[in-house]
Design a binder for this molecule. Sequence first.
Ligand code: C5P
Length: 233
Amino acid sequence: MKELIVALDFPSPDQAIAMARHLSGQIRWIKIGLELFCQSGPAIVQTMKDLGFNVFLDLKFLDIPNTVRGAVASATRIGADMLTVHIAGGKDMITAAREGIQQKNIGPAPLLIGVTVLTSMNIKDLKGTFPLRNSADVPSIVENMSIRGQKWSLDGVVCSGQEAGMIRRQCPLPFMIVTPGIRMTQIKDDQKRVTTPAQAITSGSNFLVVGRPITMANDPLATAHAYLQALEK
Ligand code: C5P
């Protein structure tokens, strides 16, 4: 399965809905992140579903198990088709997240996806917080987190395209690999571990997440189409 997810990182629901309407028919998945969700509230999930989209609710939960169980149950109830928790929360938190999903008894369960190391961070950023030695430490942390996350019941992970191949070898399908930090040009914005759509797909990514390169483009529809074509090649 290969899908493009467009991240609707907008400060207002009106802007997000206008972009969603513009892309509808071309794109099947959209991502609602912290900025849009905090401004719009849970109703934005149903609005996007009514427009025909599958919704990736990317709120990256990281808290004590009891709180995450409740948050995941709520995200499931409002209709998320995919949601994120930080693998750094550990086994008990991820087990609780799975229990939160299971509290819903109607309809298909959302995909429970674990965030590894943000694609906006490289070895230099991580060294500021953790005792790491060299750049080979980053893929090895991502790999370790993915293997553990899979054991702890995750349906997949978020990682950069640079680590996707290694993870795919360790975690075969149906384990899902979701990859942001996708760029077809040299403009990286604040992303650091970036790849092209082709690199990510060849390495085994299933979902490519693209935000600003599409939403800030002069012609978002044509740009989305170019990303879709690159993904299908
Ligand atoms: O605009 P851009 O394509 O960089 O957007 C990437 C999207 O993916 C953002 O919404 C960001 O929150 C999300 N994301 C990420 N890195 C992760 C997880 C999610 O960039 N590890």
